[in-house]
Design a protein around this ligand. Structure first.
Ligand code: F6P
Length: 535
């Protein structure tokens, strides 16, 4: 199948995407809709034949069987011998889900109820700090224990009616200092979020936050809660079990904000809006399970990704939310996509013969336009762009801003598609009064090649339901790409080596440490550190 796709690409790569719009039905034929979320991939070079071949590839890789295995709780994360069941966390009114002979749904519902009870207590003021009602929540976690809530909390700013949430992740003390600055320890709640409760950054930040609070609060531990799968470690840290929100090892870190790791989201927007967020994800799960492959949004998003990266050889993909409140979505997707699919060996440990996992990056529009869009439009390399935009904002009195945002977003995808040919650039320069060599040189600078692919994901307003749909859409995209490439999307061995070396190197950071046994390159940098620090 890969050969067939490569041949189709070779035969069509010089065709202009705009020529595909000779088919008047293209805009609706190369699009998909699910519960108010609309995905348009008509501005890519995928035609009916390529789409059919991509779907054949998915079928040949037994995508539907693998999908059923994931939802049924089979241990598809083979290298860690775990089920992959973040979908169970939002299976609000679905059937039971069995892992090792036990239905996990009663536990999921109980955990959601525990979160809601606590969130209601904090939000109503029946749970207080030493100084009264909780005004601020500090979530301490990193990676999957940070990026999801740190993305979702600002995304749902229009729905905030609870305490203000802050996120500390980096072991750099500056992160903690800056986030705690101005907070009143007597009305602050600290959530220590760590699946393993061993992560160096999180444990160090948690201990320092405890020391910060202990300066002014008699019983600082009473204003701490833990979110973890490691109940013994949370007890050893000194957090009583009544304020520990546990979850199971079948929830991967970067897939975990649907359960207790999402507690900060629930504290900010309340249990009802959080449930709407879960309902949006559940709607996408149902669509993913039930819609035919040719209309299935996560499948189509993944096939577009495969077409661009594996088949067309484009090395990166830009995620461009025209939605300021999704400013952390690109960072969230970097972990989701690159930690999941940045692999070099197959499920069976065989070396892969193609690259997997494109580099994901991006910034909200219109800021990106005034930064890196120059390269996107006129650079030599092609960057497939994924535009994300809502038809309406949440401030009716600023609707003019929203209309400007929309026109910018749609203009960018049209500019990428059509470009500006040399003839038009010449006309433009002529109108400015240029002539001869000067006209020609200036016109050349103003040529846009066009024929650059983009997709658009659109919805009405960014609500909790829509956010749930979008995140679940991307989660399933990662799954589909992983299945088609034959890799395990749910482990992350690539993060281990650096962590091990950091632990080994820790003693060398002490003043006057013996560095003779270090690698020469590292020793050179350590002596530079020592010399800076001695001044
Ligand atoms: O270092 C990567 C990682 O293991 C991620 O996969 C995970 O989300 C993050 O660290 C945090 O881990 P934990 O929740 O156990 O602190």
């Amino acid at each position: 199948m890969w050969d067939k796709l490569t041949a189709l690409h070779a035969a069509t790569k010089d065709r202009h995407i705009n020529d595909l719009f000779d088919n008047p039905g293209r805009s609706s034929e190369f699009a998909s809709e699910c519960d108010g979320l609309f995905f348009d991939y008509s501005k890519t070079n995928i035609d009916a034949e390529a789409k059919a071949a991509l779907i054949e590839l998915a079928i040949s890789k037994a995508l539907e069987t693998r999908r059923a295995a994931m939802f049924a709780g089979e241990k598809i994360n083979q290298t860690e011998d775990r089920a992959v069941l973040h979908t169970a966390l939002r299976n609000l009114d679905g059937p039971g889900v069995i892992v090792d002979g036990v239905d996990v749904m009663p536990g999921v519902k109980q955990s959601l109820a525990q979160m809601a009870d606590f969130a209601n207590a904090v939000r109503s003021g029946s749970f207080t700090g030493e100084g009264g009602k909780i005004t601020d929540v500090v979530n301490i976690g990193i990676g999957g224990s940070d990026l999801g809530p740190a993305m979702a909390v600002p995304a749902l700013a229009a729905f905030h009616d609870g305490p203000k949430c802050h996120f500390v992740s980096n072991v750099d003390g500056a992160d903690l200092v800056d986030k705690l600055a101005g907070l009143n320890p007597k009305t602050t709640l600290v959530l220590v979020a760590s699946k393993t409760f061993t992560t160096l950054e999180t444990m160090m930040n948690a201990r320092s936050a405890m020391a910060w609070m202990a300066k002014e609060v008699k019983d600082p531990g009473a204003q701490f809660a833990a979110i973890s799968t490691a109940m013994q470690a949370t007890a050893e840290f000194g957090i009583p079990s009544s304020r520990v929100f546990g979850f199971e090892d079948w929830v991967g870190g970067r897939y975990s904000m649907w359960g207790p790791i999402g507690l900060s989201i629930m504290l900010a927007v309340g249990p009802e809006s959080f449930t709407e967020f879960l309902r949006g994800a559940q709607a996408m799960d149902r669509h993913f399970c039930d819609a035919p492959l040719a209309e299935n949004m996560p499948v189509l998003l993944a096939l577009v990704g495969i077409w661009h990266h594996q088949i067309s050889g484009y090395g990166t993909r830009a995620v461009l939310p025209y939605e300021q409140r999704l400013l952390r979505l690109p960072a969230y997707l970097q972990q989701l996509e690159m930690e999941s699919n940045g692999k070099s060996v197959s499920l069976d440990g065989e070396p892969l013969d193609q690259t997997v996992g494109p580099i994901v990056w991006g910034e909200p529009g219109t800021n990106g336009q005034h930064a890196f869009y120059q390269l996107i439009h006129q650079g030599k390399q092609i960057v497939p762009c994924e535009f994300i935009v809502g038809a309406q904002g949440h401030s009716p009195d600023l609707d003019a801003h929203h209309k400007a945002l929309l026109s910018n977003c749609l203009a960018q995808s049209e500019a990428l598609l059509l470009g500006r040919p040399i003839e038009d650039a010449r006309t433009l320069m002529k109108a400015k009064g240029l002539a001869g060599a000067e006209l020609e040189a200036n016109a050349q600078q103003r040529v846009f090649a066009g024929n650059r692919p983009s997709t658009t994901l659109m919805y009405n307003k960014l609500t909790p339901f829509v956010l749930g749909q979008i995140v679940a859409l991307y989660e399933h995209r990662v799954f589909v790409e992983g299945v088609l490439l034959g890799i395990n999307s749910y482990d992350q061995w690539g993060v281990e080596l650096g962590k091990e070396l950091a632990v080994k190197l820790a003693p060398a950071m002490e003043d006057n440490a013996d560095i003779s046994a270090l690698h020469v390159a590292t020793a050179s940098l350590v002596s530079r550190v020592q010399s800076f620090r001695s001044n």
